[in-house]
Design a protein around this ligand. Structure first.
Ligand code: PEP
Length: 247
């Protein structure tokens, strides 16, 4: 069986009650390709209320969670809490978590391990910065970020890898389909060599970085691009077009 196309929206720290109702309205109106798995990353404070109004073909994700079930960690939320309110997905290691909040591979991989152990599905984000790309270090960086996770997990069935070049996030500069395909293919080869051929074939590797209604179709045609993680455009009705990019 092929890899099911996966499209996630990452609302980041955007939206209010009224704005979220508008997003839910265009998602409900769709129509959304039934062959696509759709997930939206919601600010923690709105997770439960939004989950209760989302159409049944759209799942809710948290944008972060911590690496233990409970305790003295002011401001954090745990996978146990997400389970408690019926949330099945979490985005971890987003470049804003890495670069604005200083999260390192070690913490991110601990979070991935704990989220998986708690039964959550994980979107694990990786990606190089502009100076790393320009310095010819793209592969080294994304392989290292992937290895940090691969070293600690065994079961990949609930993991989606989001390749998000940092220079393309929120900048309007999308990677070309060739650039994205090149990295996705190399990541799949890395998984084949370092994890297993089965995991390489089964794991969705999605692209993120200024995906829009205008560029999604050509990106979706690439063999190793199994979907998208979408920031800015996921707040707008064009997100429906991105979900349907394969059509
Ligand atoms: C993101 O936040 O993961 C992202 C890819 O943002 P944008 O689509 O706005 O570049």
């Amino acid at each position: 069986m092929g890899r099911k196309f996966w499209v996630g929206g990452n609302w980041k720290m955007n939206g209010d009650k009224k704005g979220i109702e508008e997003i839910v309205k265009f998602l409900a109106a769709g129509p959304l390709d039934p062959n696509v798995e759709v997930v939206v990353g919601i600010p923690a404070i709105y997770l439960e209320s939004t989950k209760n109004i989302l159409p049944s073909n759209v799942a809710a994700a948290a944008q972060n969670c911590y690496k233990v079930p409970k305790g003295a960690f002011t401001g954090e939320i745990s996978p146990a809490m997400l389970n408690d309110i019926g949330i099945n997905w979490v985005i971890l290691g987003h470049s804003e978590r890495r670069n604005v909040f200083g999260e390192k591979d070690d913490l991110i991989s601990d979070k991935v391990v704990h989220a998986l152990e708690s039964g959550l599905n994980v979107v694990a984000c990786i990606g190089e910065k502009l100076e790393e790309r320009e310095g010819g270090k793209t592969e080294e960086v994304v392989f290292q970020q992937t290895k940090a996770i691969a070293d600690k997990i065994k079961d990949w069935s609930k993991v989606v890898i989001a390749y998000e070049p940092v220079w393309a996030i929120g900048t309007g500069k999308t990677a070309t389909p060739e650039q994205a395909q090149d990295v996705h293919k190399k990541l799949r080869e890395w998984l084949s060599k370092n994890v297993s051929e089965q995991v390489a074939q089964d794991t969705r590797i999605v692209y993120g970085g200024s995906v829009t209604g205008a560029n999604c179709n050509e990106l979706a045609r690439e063999a190793d691009i199994d979907g998208f993680l979408v920031g800015g455009a996921s707040l707008k009705p064009e997100f429906v077009q991105i979900i349907n990019a394969k059509n």
